[in-house]
Design a protein around this ligand. Structure first.
Ligand SMILES: [Zn+2]
Length: 365
């Protein structure tokens, strides 16, 4: 591809869109600037609230509530729950803002939109999934007095912490064979609370992003609204160019029924075994499930990149420093979670639009 990342992004945008503004950040700082610029162009009432990140001066989670804050319908779009995956979250939020700004999309009567950008700003800034303490925010929503037990984790911990290569691949394949694929993936990725320097560590106290979510939930009165859809944008799990709407509501719940109605056959359910994801502990979902009650659903919009094997390889680069010092993430991490490929980016934006439009239709009175 000629001309570097900037030319690629320009080519994708000119192919996809009416002439909207830039939406593909290359750094955390650029992401924040693009988001602010797009927000400034929207002619709707906007209530802003930023949450400075205590892990590094200058970093923050930014939120904006567009439209009537008391509207009976609400669409919330979250990004950056997994730090480095925040590039995609910012892009879809910017795209939504530009579509609103240019009139391609109209906010339906009785619906407000909440944008939450960079829930884990430190991980976004430094290309990690986890925060500065090595905590995976999306395993952090547990009762710390009574942490879950992941009994198969210790057996594969040593394998996960080996440098990538043929031996590690073979050992992981052997473990997957021995435990069975789903049990292996739960052991590896379901979350663990005993090993602060290991992957998918849920922490021992609420992380910054959890405090942000709890502050927002205390104000939003989600359970009292008529219909609420929450879409949390992630990347890196699943096949290339594939977008899965992952639903972790219990299959018999109203939240699950709403998600099935609003998103149709794109819905994957880890509890039913038909998802790229497996059942997990401490998901951000659970805080929203409790707050939503019967009024809506929370889904994870997961954009596949290079597949699960590649994910387990690249996660070695994501392990926190053994001494607990901040450790820069790698280009390999950024590439896995934010591919520069123009076809992938175009597919992501198109599927993102479809899913957010389905969610908007679902919450429209
Ligand atoms: Zn993620």
């Amino acid at each position: 591809m000629m001309g570097g990342p900037e030319a690629v992004d320009t080519a994708v945008r000119s192919h996809l869109f009416p002439p909207l503004g830039p939406i593909f950040p290359r750094t955390y700082e650029e992401g924040r600037a693009l988001w602010e610029a797009a927000l400034a162009r929207v002619e709707l009432p906007v209530a802003r609230r930023d949450f400075p990140c205590p892990e590094e001066p200058g970093l923050a989670t930014a939120t904006a509530l567009l439209g009537d804050p008391t509207a009976p319908g609400l669409l919330a779009v979250l990004g950056g729950t997994h730090g480095v995956e925040g590039f995609a979250g910012t892009t879809l939020q910017c795209d939504l803002l530009w579509r609103l700004a240019c009139g391609q999309l109209r906010l339906p009567e009785g619906v407000a939109v909440l944008l939450v950008d960079a829930l884990n700003p430190w991980g976004y800034r430094h290309f990690h999934r986890h925060d500065r303490q090595g905590v995976d925010l999306n395993r952090n929503f547990i009762d710390f007095a009574n942490p879950p037990d992941n009994p198969d984790y210790p057996a594969i911990r040593a394998l996960l912490a080996c440098p990538p290569g043929p031996e590690r691949r073979a050992a992981l394949a052997e473990a997957a064979e021995r435990l069975g694929r789903q049990r292996f993936e739960i052991a590896a990725t379901g979350g663990q609370y005993q090993d602060p320097r290991g992957p998918f560590y849920g922490g021992r106290a609420p992380a910054h992003g959890r405090r942000v979510v709890e502050a927002l939930l205390a104000e939003l009165a989600l359970g009292a609204r008529r219909a609420v859809a929450v879409v949390d944008v992630h990347t890196g799990l699943g096949p290339w160019c594939h977008a899965e709407v992952v639903c972790d509501h219990p299959p018999e719940s109203r939240g699950f029924a709403l998600a099935a109605r609003w998103f149709g056959p794109a819905l994957g359910a880890p509890a039913l075994g038909n998802s790229s994801s497996v059942p997990k502990w401490g998901l951000i979902d659970y805080a929203f499930h409790a707050a939503l009650g019967e009024s809506g659903c929370f889904v994870t919009l997961e954009f596949g990149t290079y597949g699960t094997e590649a994910l387990l390889e690249v996660l070695w680069d994501d392990l926190p420093d053994p001494e607990g010092a901040p450790r820069p993430g790698s280009e390999a991490l950024r590439r896995h979670f934010w591919p520069e490929d123009p076809v992938w980016r175009e597919a992501m934006v198109l599927r993102g639009r479809q899913v957010l439009d389905q969610a908007l239709a679902g919450v429209t009175p």
